[in-house]
Design a protein around this ligand. Structure first.
Ligand code: NAP
Length: 242
């Protein structure tokens, strides 16, 4: 069986590692090519967009793919839609591996918003100094803001950017102590995050709770109407059943 893993996440790398040694399975992992030096999964890797759902469908046929696992980030909306359309077009089985979102705990002061624009509109009511951890895409939503931002992302962002900001290039995993120090050092009033879920970047939420800081949480986009599971084991079972 030849499996395409749409990746760019730790879960996708773990799945490739779990499948690569199986004698009955060939794996190809696909990355968008956004990050300059990505953490590569084991096994075969292809990098770059496919050119939309029709081209992805052609690619799936040409590469003789038998099953597709969409293990992309919960906010990678376009590739997930593309995978759903291409799988329908080629009648190939597709499963989505989506880590659960984060949930509010006692002591949290979360403000849920639908997108980055709504987050930007909410900020003036919450504080002056903002820790922005939503990634380098979409920072233009905050370009018109008069607040001060600490922007953390993996690679340098493109313009437009907030007028008053400091850039921190870093990549998780992060620790509670490290996140607390960062919030203190920069006198942060508010944290802004996507509801990415997972353990690697959750420490910022624990730090904000410990320090009584409000958090603006961007809701996940809706997912296409395909089978979706939360664990690697469920994907392996699904592949095994084929
Ligand atoms: P997106 O908006 O859904 O995708 C934009 C375009 O990038 C897609 O239409 C597709 O191009 C290409 N693409 C995306 N993921 C791909 C993949 N795994 N393999 C081949 N092409 C891919 O995605 P995004 O939000 O820019 O994220 C890009 C990648 O970074 C994803 O793979 C995702 O798992 C990872 N990531 C995203 C976030 C986030 O917050 N969005 C965070 C961490 C990691 P074509 O239409 O030309 O095929």
């Amino acid at each position: 069986m030849k499996v395409l893993i749409l990746g760019g996440t730790g879960e996708a790398r773990a799945l490739a590692a779990a499948l690569v040694s199986r004698p009955d399975t060939t794996v190809v992992s696909s990355l968008a090519g956004r990050v300059r030096s990505p953490r590569l999964p084991v096994g075969d890797v292809r990098i770059g967009g496919f050119g939309g759902p029709e081209k992805l469908a052609e690619w799936l046929v040409d590469a003789r793919i038998d099953a597709v696992v969409d293990a992309t980030h919960p906010f990678a909306e376009r590739i997930s839609a593309s995978a759903a359309a291409a799988a329908a077009r080629t009648a190939l089985p597709l499963i989505m591996l989506r880590r659960p979102g984060w949930t509010e705990r006692p002591g949290d002061a979360w403000h849920w918003v639908g997108d980055l624009d709504e987050a930007a509109r909410l900020l003036p009511s919450l504080g002056e100094r903002i820790f922005l951890t939503t990634g380098r895409q979409g920072l233009g939503a905050f370009a018109g803001s008069d607040r001060w931002f600490l922007v953390r992302c993996v690679d340098p962002p493109e313009v437009p950017l907030p007028a008053r900001m400091e850039l921190l290039l870093d990549r998780g995993p992060y620790t509670l102590d490290g996140e607390r120090d960062l919030l203190r050092e920069h006198k942060i009033d508010v944290l802004v995050t996507k509801d990415s879920g997972g353990d690697l970047t959750v420490a910022k939420l624990d730090a904000a709770r410990a320090m009584g800081l409000p958090v603006v949480v961007v809701r996940r986009p809706s997912i296409p109407d395909v089978r979706s599971v939360a664990s690697l084991g469920e994907v392996l079972d699904w592949l095994g059943a084929r």
